[in-house]
Design a protein around this ligand. Structure first.
Ligand code: AMP
Length: 410
């Protein structure tokens, strides 16, 4: 098995297009997407904080790396593959993680999506797998999409290495996964629910896995995977090397780090780039009627493409979605009162451009990772400024400039 054949000729679309869009178990143990009800007193946020011009990319990127990829001491084949991918200068998280990763240290990386964190853990991991054929790596991600992205990156960096992998994601048939596991892969990539299923069926034994990556830990926790993660981490080999990545740090994550890592190096490259790349403005309105009319106008304007609208409660989300539908817009809604299937259908319609407007509550929108969202509209202001940053981070992903509009009463 090699990374050339490692894709096992799986049709490019097979693991993306079937079944659920979230990996793991269909519903058990996971947040239902939130009640959508505003339970706490709202933080007062000065409307001036909702106004900011998007900074051009050149202004945002100011990090001066201390290495080139060629400077790191790692396997020549990986070096060649990195060069042929066109990676010359490491991103900040790569620059700081790779030397420690190659030295076998545990790493905690505080980094947003799109910072290059995949190569930051992939390179030291693949180097070690090539140096020590008895090593094995487990990589866990919250969604099948992210797991797939990680596999693509690993495959291109490890091309020609002879290493093999298995993808264990929910919503995909068991057959190919069981077959891949029988090949005794060097790398297992997957979502927590399905990985746990395999452990319980006796089809995956983690006792020889001595390298672990948890990617987007905060999102995995949001999705209710904490118990599964603990169950899985307990099954791994010791000693082992750990890479934990998260966009945010909170007590539950800190506890996971304390329990499951050994004297980690903490690297933070959080820069607020997500909101820096989003053009932010307010929309003033007088009363309810003017509010919906202003929204109608905005949605009709030409530069508005794929739009995510936030509202406060399940009922208000539903009402707004019905109103926009009645006005002829292509719209659907997601909130905690809908079934997992309904929410995934709405997300799929949004992703596949069957609709271009999605109305959501904060919690239901948490897992959304759709790259071509042009506008985020806060039809009601968020509970906290942190929620605001989370909301608008949905636009302007992957180097695109997005827009955020926040409705404020006059
Ligand atoms: P990630 O955050 O790992 O998903 O990476 C975001 C994007 O940046 C991916 O498309 C990578 O292929 C690309 N990328 C990662 N590291 C580098 C680098 N050092 N130079 C150029 N592109 C990179």
């Amino acid at each position: 098995m090699s990374y050339n054949t490692y894709g096992r000729q799986r049709p490019a679309s097979s693991s993306r297009s079937t079944g659920r869009s979230f990996g793991g178990r269909p519903s058990g143990g996971r947040s239902s997407g939130g009640s959508g009800r505003a339970k706490f007193a709202k933080q007062y946020i000065n409307p001036s904080r909702f106004i900011q011009a998007a900074k051009p990319a050149a202004e945002v990127v100011e990090y001066v790396p201390t290495h080139h990829f060629a400077d790191f001491e790692y396997n020549q084949l990986l070096k060649d593959n990195i060069a042929s991918k066109g990676y010359v200068t490491p991103s900040p998280i790569q620059d700081q993680t790779i030397p420690y990763g190659l030295a076998g240290k545990d790493i905690v990386g505080i980094a947003n999506t799109g910072t290059g964190k995949t190569a930051a853990f992939a390179l030291p991991t693949l180097h070690r797998l090539m140096e020590d054929k008895n090593s094995k790596a487990l990589i866990m991600a919250p969604t099948r999409e992210l797991a797939q992205q990680i596999e693509d990156e690993l495959r291109s960096i490890a091309k020609g290495s002879g290493l093999s992998s298995a993808m264990l994601i929910g919503g995909s048939p068991m057959g190919p996964q069981l077959r891949d596991l029988r090949y005794n892969p060097n790398v297992v990539i997957g979502t927590p629910g399905r990985i746990k299923d395999h452990i319980e069926r006796g089809t995956l034994n983690l006792s020889g896995f001595n390298i672990i990556t948890l990617d987007e830990v905060d999102r995995m926790l949001d999705m209710g995977f904490i118990a599964d993660i603990r169950f899985i981490l307990d099954k791994l080999a010791t000693p082992r090397q750990s890479f934990f990545f998260s966009a945010t740090m909170e007590p539950k994550i800190e506890e996971l780090i304390r329990t499951f890592t050994n004297d980690p190096i903490v690297i933070s490259v959080k820069t607020g780039v997500t909101s820096d790349s989003v053009e932010q403005n307010v929309v003033e309105y007088g009363g309810t009627h003017e509010k919906i009319e202003r929204l109608h106008e905005i949605l009709n304007s030409e530069e508005v493409g794929k739009t995510l609208i936030f509202d406060e409660t399940q009922r208000s989300v539903e009402r707004l979605s019905d109103e926009l539908l009645a006005r002829g817009f292509k719209v659907n809604a997601i909130h905690g009162g809908k079934t997992q299937g309904q929410r995934q259908r709405a997300l799929k319609q949004f992703r596949d451009n069957q609709i271009n407007i999605l109305v959501a509550t904060d919690v239901a929108a948490r897992g959304i990772d759709i790259v071509d969202i042009t506008h985020v509209i806060n039809y009601t202001t968020p509970q906290t400024y942190d929620d605001y940053v989370h909301r608008i981070g949905r636009a302007g992903r992957a180097g695109r400039t997005g827009s955020a509009l926040t409705f404020v009463g006059r």
